[in-house]
Design a protein around this ligand. Structure first.
Ligand code: PSU
Ligand code: MN
Length: 306
């Protein structure tokens, strides 16, 4: 059994020339942001990656084909569609096998990127240990993916909808390198600091690239999480976000939202409750992560050639 991969023209050209590529996920487009800001952001993120010397490759399953890089028309139709499945490690094979359409989460995007030989991936926030996980057992498959798949993921840390201390504990247990970029603290998505120290700190893209290459050279499977703080000008204070997050969480509990619906439900309610302010910050931090991811991808190519 084989599966079909379709590369976009620019991703195909970058592969042929062995130039840096940055993977991008599609769940952030279909389940993480409303239309049309989702498509506008996806385009801006791709442009930022090109401006910083790498080629973007947004990943999704369409008609049972694993797409590495989407055309502008494909991006638009994915962004408008309302019936797209959210696919993670558990469902990506079933989606390909059934000829379906699926947006890839962080975990599934890491898997696809690795299949395509891409080692760097930019997103907004990763999944983690949900608050109340001691009862719900809700721990994102994103965390375990870092133990299998050698991809460096640049995110702005974890959202306050998650239990950040438990998320860091699980990452440590799994042996995942968690690297804060340019500061000591682990960032918390809308805030530059979670109040908790990150296990590792690196101040430049070259060091991050070297650490991933060393991990692979040692035969250690898996990737690393780079936690890049949101730009100061886009930060939203914790005082503003705490009541919003609390309300979204209590509505989710009251409505019995479970499993893969939890994260999209919370993101949507937070967008509504902040009257779009959370989205403005979300867009800025994704662009910031794209810049850093491109720099890491450039370094990784330089160092692996050298
Ligand atoms: N966090 C965000 N924005 C997102 C997601 C998480 O701030 O769009 C998406 C990502 O695709 C992530 C997924 O991989 O949600 C995690 O979902 P779950 O918690 O169901 O594993
Ligand atoms: Mn979950």
């Amino acid at each position: 059994m084989t599966f079909k991969i379709a590369y976009s023209a620019e991703a195909e050209a970058a592969r042929a020339a062995n130039t840096p590529i940055v993977a991008l996920e599609s769940t952030i487009i279909t389940h993480g942001m409303p239309y049309p800001q989702n498509v506008e952001t996806a385009r801006r993120v791709e442009a930022v990656i090109r401006e910083n010397g790498a080629t973007p490759a947004t990943i999704a399953v369409m008609n049972g084909i694993l797409h590495i890089g989407l055309s502008d028309a494909e991006l638009e139709s994915l962004g408008q569609a309302t019936d797209v499945a959210k696919v993670s490690r558990a469902d990506i094979a079933a989606c390909l096998a059934s000829g379906g359409i699926g947006a890839t989460t962080v975990a599934a995007t890491m898997i696809a990127a690795n299949l395509a030989g891409i080692s760097v991936f930019a997103t907004g926030g990763i999944g983690g240990v949900h608050r109340g996980a001691e009862n719900s057992f809700d721990i994102s498959a994103d965390l375990h993916e870092f133990t299998h798949t050698p991809v460096t993921v640049v995110a702005a840390g974890a959202k306050a909808i998650l239990d950040i201390p438990k998320t860091l504990e699980v990452l440590e247990t799994l042996g995942v390198p968690v690297i804060a970029y340019g500061q000591d603290d682990f960032p918390a998505f809308w805030s530059r600091s979670s109040g908790l120290p990150a296990p590792l700190r690196m101040d430049d893209a070259a060091s991050i690239a070297r650490a991933q290459l060393m991990r692979s050279a040692m035969g250690l499977p898996g990737g690393q999480l780079v936690a890049n703080p949101i730009p100061e000008t886009a930060e939203i204070s914790r005082d503003v976000m705490i009541p919003v997050v609390e309300q979204a969480l209590s509505e989710a509990a009251a409505q019995g939202v479970a499993a893969k619906s939890v994260t999209p439900f919370l993101l949507q309610r937070i967008f509504e409750l902040t009257e779009g302010r959370s989205l403005v910050s979300n867009i800025e931090l994704v662009l910031n992560n794209a810049r850093l991811a491109a720099a890491i991808a450039v370094e990784m190519k330089l160092q692996s050639r050298g």
